[in-house]
Design a protein around this ligand. Sequence first.
Ligand SMILES: [Zn+2]
Length: 323
Amino acid sequence: MSKVKYYYDPESLSYRKIERKKRKTFAYISVFLLAAFLFSFIIFSIANLYIESPKEKALKRELQNMQLQFGLLNKKMNEAEAVLANVADRDNNIYRVYFEANPIPDEQRKAGFGGINRYKNLEGFDNSELIIETNKRLDILQKQIVVQSKSLDEITVLAEEKEKLLTAIPAIQPVKNEDLTRMASGYGMRTDPFTKVKKMHWGMDFSAQKGTPIYAPGDGIVKRADARSSGYGKHIRIDHGFGYVSLYAHLHKYNVKKNQRVKRGDVIGYVGNTGRSMGPHLHYEIFKDGKRINPINFYYGSLTAEEFSKLLEHASLENQSLD
Ligand SMILES: [Zn+2]
């Protein structure tokens, strides 16, 4: 406050107050208020910087809790990633190998998302890095699960096919294995029993008495049961699917008809001596994709390792075939 000033009034012979002009007074007040405001603003700002309000304290605690929770989430993701990695490993190295599917490359399983920045809306915060990293991991995990799930679907289909294949392809001997010496001649160059000339023998001959039952070595459909194929006499052909066809020649009698569906182990006919044959025997051939292959590899369902090596020995003798 400025001092009150007086002046001497010669007319009234007294001291009188000097009245300031109103405008000046207003200016003084304004300056005072402005200064007061600025001062309090500075004090408030400083206080705000160094002193936390209860609300701020609560928010800070909440934030710390969030960070802790994110940390725990990341730990859980570690576990999920480890489990999924193990499943992927088994998938690639066991299931896909067993079912002859190519392994899924790691880059494909763990691929992130290219192109646009999916995490732009998460940028610019104090915890952006933590939140973005966590999001990325979850996204990759999610994608991995989708890839894995698709892979297992594929494996399921392959397994079903494999099961069909295993029941379809020839896997047992077409005549019973009571005496392996029944295997009279194998696949390969053999002496023709009629001309005595060496020529290719395209199947295996099992000598057996006339009327001995012949069994279907795998599931399939009878494509032929007739004597219209030169030299084979009464013969049967079974289509097993997957490119496999089996053929039985010189039969005495049929037990199936054309287009009949047969199961492994069904009696399809009986051993005979029809067609170009030296004596009662079964001539057995296997075709794969139209080519005749060695039937020796199609008995694994009925033979022990020892029996198989004995059969192999018999089958490789370059003897005379029964045709
Ligand atoms: Zn033969």
